[in-house]
Design a protein around this ligand. Structure first.
Ligand code: E4P
Length: 216
């Protein structure tokens, strides 16, 4: 499973990229707003750090404008993936952008039927927001499972990008279901490394190694 970092914090991206486990980046307007910086400046920096798919989101609401924005974003770097919200106009734009060979990530998705429509328009990625579904009493990962079944049934090439991930169990389930990608915050990434038995195991090894140094 590919792992993307979901942030626009360049410091976090640089650090996570150095770990060697990151395949790409997803950003959104809220992440950009948190940085307090100009979007274009942030986008260019991310493209210099990460050699992998980098999703940059459009904000227009009609197809013509989304296509225009998408083309401009795609020109920034070969790794740019144009992120488009799953509105009717958004999908019209995705169809056009796909026909021009521009990669797309259809976002703010909450149902398997929306995902079916995105695949029909040639989306490169579909992003179901699992944590936001959990928050309103629906099981977010069920949607990922259903999308996987539909895409497998019909051989759609659109990659499932599990998003709005809140904890390591979401990541585990995404892997078990066969999600192509899982995007997550820096904090969730760090949590993936941790296991109390690993800490304990290393502590025991170090103590035992110290004993060997006392032996004649
Ligand atoms: C994914 O591409 C989105 O940027 C992200 O996961 C949105 O989720 P959140 O704002 O609910 O965390």
């Amino acid at each position: 499973m590919k792992i993307f970092i979901d942030t626009a914090d360049v410091g976090q991206i640089k650090e996570a990229w150095s770990w060697g486990i990151i395949d790409g980046v997803t950003t959104n307007p809220s992440h950009i707003a948190k940085t307090g910086r100009k979007p274009l400046e942030v986008y260019k920096e991310i493209c210099k750090i990460v050699d992998g798919p980098i999703s940059l989101e459009t904000i227009s609401l009609n197809a013509k404008e989304i296509v225009k924005e998408g083309r401009a974003l795609a020109k920034l770097h070969k790794n740019v993936v144009v992120k488009v919200p799953i509105l009717k106009e958004g999908l019209k734009a995705v169809k056009q952008l796909s026909s021009e060979g521009i990669k797309t990530n259809v976002t703010v998705t909450f149902s398997p039927l929306q995902a079916l429509l995105a695949a029909k328009c040639g989306a490169t990625y579909i992003s179901p927001f699992v944590g936001r579904l959990d928050a309103v009493g629906h099981i977010g990962m069920d949607v990922v499972r259903q999308i996987k079944t539909i895409y497998t049934n019909y051989g759609y090439k659109t990659q499932i990008l599990t998003a709005a991930v809140r904890h390591p169990l979401h990541v585990l389930e995404a892997g078990l279901i066969g999600s192509d990608v899982c995007t997550m915050s820096y904090d969730v990434l760090e949590q993936l490394y941790n296991h109390p038995l690993t800490d304990l195991g290393v502590e025991i090894f170090l103590k035992d190694w110290a004993k060997t140094q006392q032996q004649a």
